[in-house]
Design a protein. Structure first.
Length: 574
């Protein structure tokens, strides 16, 4: 039977019991009402009639007056129509006969007295007969009332017990299976699929329990069918991670360490079991390397491990699920070998560049001597050759100078001599150095540098070198008889901006992000315009070493604008 039918049956049963109780009550109340009416209508009224006649008879000893006659006649007629008991008709007829005789014997006092006495006996007999009937009917009514009380009390008690049982048990019948189902669902949500419901009823709850049990069995089968493959994949991934030469650390979204391979354990100095499952910030309190990995954003790190210094690059990869970050993987790539090669390359370039500067300087000195007429006259062809050699030597000296500057930056040997200087000093030095070059190409230098600008904190030589480099490039890429704008202005309350704007061909947007990379050259430039590709990279290092910023803005056909910023002197800097 379904729950709906059970509810209908239970409520219908309660309704029938209530209907039965009401029916019994109405039945017995009707019977009691009928018995009471019989007593009042039949017997009690007869007693009242007889009483009225007795009062009229006893009103005097002589003849009956008119009022007495009317009273007796009226009550006697009513009695004659209200005969209900056995023997009452005979007594009523005798009473009529004696009354009629009394009316005829009004002048005979003795006979009247005897008749009055007989009438009184008849009245008493009728009254006694009806009083006995009243007692008998009252006993019947009392018995009916007692029987009705017992039956109604029994039915009402049974109805109360059934209703009480229904109230006590029915909520549990509905709520207990739901409560048990809720507890089992909570266990299933914890991946505990060994859950079964024991609903033995043949209703909806039984079907629900059977469906739930089938679901948990399927989930358990699915879990175990995939567990082996998952464990295999986990073992395979762990083997791959542990075989890598890079240090790998996995963190969940709450910064708990999920895994750490052997290389990471060696670098951190703790065994894997002491890392896995632990809260990373707690371990970082006593471990400098892990603290640097969690806090610092530096890309390149030098770590002392295995009794030697090693170089690593740190990369952090977020792990996402449904566009939500659920953890991070930190990878330390060992670049010691590449760093050593890079250091060797840098040292080689520095050494060669330094060694080349001396013979190049000697060549330039010899060229100066050859140009002196005191050494001897040279013809036109010879002078042209000397000019070509001088130009090549100048370019070679510039290249070696840039290589030396780059070597200083890469080896960390860049030395800055900070001081206070007005921006105009930097501008004047740069413009003076390039005035001849600009005049040869007929490029006008439009300078805007207000005398009221505050001093800047900078290395005068390095900053002048940067500005010269930007102006040189601007002149190279400018058309003849054009102009280059050099503007110095306040950028922020604590910074001064130097900008160089040319009106040449401009730079394609796709190359702007690489313009400050080492050895990068914009494709399509002529041989005269391109250099080593180091100038802008060195300029970027020089400016950033002075806590400044450098950038470029350009559009094809409208020229390029290079700019850099320097801090004001005395702005909390030493």
């Amino acid at each position: 039977m379904t729950i709906k039918n059970k509810l209908r049956a239970g409520i219908s049963f309660l309704f029938l019991l209530a209907l039965l109780c009401c029916g019994l009550s109405i039945f017995y109340l009707t019977r009691l009402s009928g018995d009471a009416k019989n007593i009042l209508k039949d017997n009690y009224k007869t007693v009242q009639y007889m009483k009225n006649i007795a009062v009229a008879i006893d009103a005097g000893t002589g003849s009956l007056n008119k009022e007495q006659v009317n009273l007796i006649e009226d009550n006697l007629v009513k009695q004659e129509h209200n005969v209900t008991e056995r023997g009452e008709q005979r007594l009523t007829d005798s009473l009529r006969s004696k009354y009629e005789q009394l009316k005829l014997q009004q002048n005979n006092p003795e006979k009247t007295a005897l008749l009055r006495n007989d009438i009184r006996h008849l009245l008493y007999g009728i009254m006694q007969l009806n009083m006995s009937a009243i007692d008998r009917k009252n006993a019947v009514a009392t018995a009916t009332a007692n029987k009705a009380t017992l039956l109604v009390a029994f039915v009402g008690s049974f109805l109360f017990l059934v209703a009480f049982s229904f109230v006590v048990n029915f909520p549990g019948y509905i709520a207990n299976p739901i409560k048990e189902l809720t507890e089992r669902i909570k266990e299933v949500s914890k991946r505990n699929y060994h859950q079964q419901l024991d609903f033995k009823s043949n209703d909806e709850f039984g079907e629900l329990g059977q469906a739930f049990n089938n679901m948990t069995r399927k989930l358990d089968e699915y879990e175990h069918s995939n567990l082996a493959s998952i464990l295999f994949e986990k073992k395979r991934i762990e083997t791959i991670i542990n075989s890598m030469h890079d240090a790998i650390i996995g963190l969940d979204e709450k910064s708990f360490i999920i895994f750490a391979n052997k290389v990471a354990s060696i670098l951190i100095g703790l065994p894997e079991q002491s890392l896995t499952g632990k809260y990373a910030p707690d371990i970082a309190l006593e471990n400098d390397l892990l603290r640097n990995l969690l806090v610092n954003d530096q890309h390149k790190m030098k770590i002392y491990a295995d009794n030697r210094e090693s170089y690593y690059t740190k990369e952090v990869f977020p792990v996402s699920s449904n566009e939500k970050v659920i953890g991070n993987v930190i990878i330390l790539k060992n670049i010691t070998e590449y760093q050593q090669l890079n250091d060797a390359k840098t040292n080689f370039i520095a050494t060669i560049s330094h060694e080349l500067k001396t013979p190049i300087s000697s060549i330039k000195m010899s060229l100066k001597l050859l140009e002196d007429n005191r050494i001897g006259e040279v013809n036109t062809e010879q002078r042209q050759l000397l000019e070509n050699i001088d130009e090549d030597a100048r370019r070679l000296l510039q290249i070696t100078g840039e290589l030396l500057d780059m070597a200083q930056v890469e080896t960390g040997k860049l030395q800055l001599n900070f001081g206070s200087t007005h921006p105009k000093n930097i501008v004047d030095y740069a413009v003076k150095a390039l005035k001849t070059t600009a005049d040869q190409k007929q490029v006008a230098l439009n300078i805007k540098c207000d005398e009221s600008l505050p001093d800047v904190r900078a290395d005068l030589d390095k900053t002048t070198w940067v500005l010269i480099n930007l102006l040189t490039n601007a002149i190279k890429y400018s058309h003849e008889k054009s102009a280059v704008d050099l503007i110095v202005k306040k950028y922020k309350t604590d910074e001064i901006e130097f900008s160089v704007q040319d009106h040449g061909q401009g730079i394609d947007q796709k190359y702007l992000s690489r313009i400050f990379d080492r050895y990068f050259k914009v494709p399509g430039s002529s041989t005269e315009q391109t250099g080593t590709g180091l100038g802008l990279a060195i300029a970027k290092d020089f400016i950033e070493a002075q806590a400044g910023k450098i950038g470029v803005e350009s559009e094809l056909g409208e020229g390029s604008r290079f700019y850099f910023t320097l801090k004001r002197f005395g702005n909390g800097l030493v």
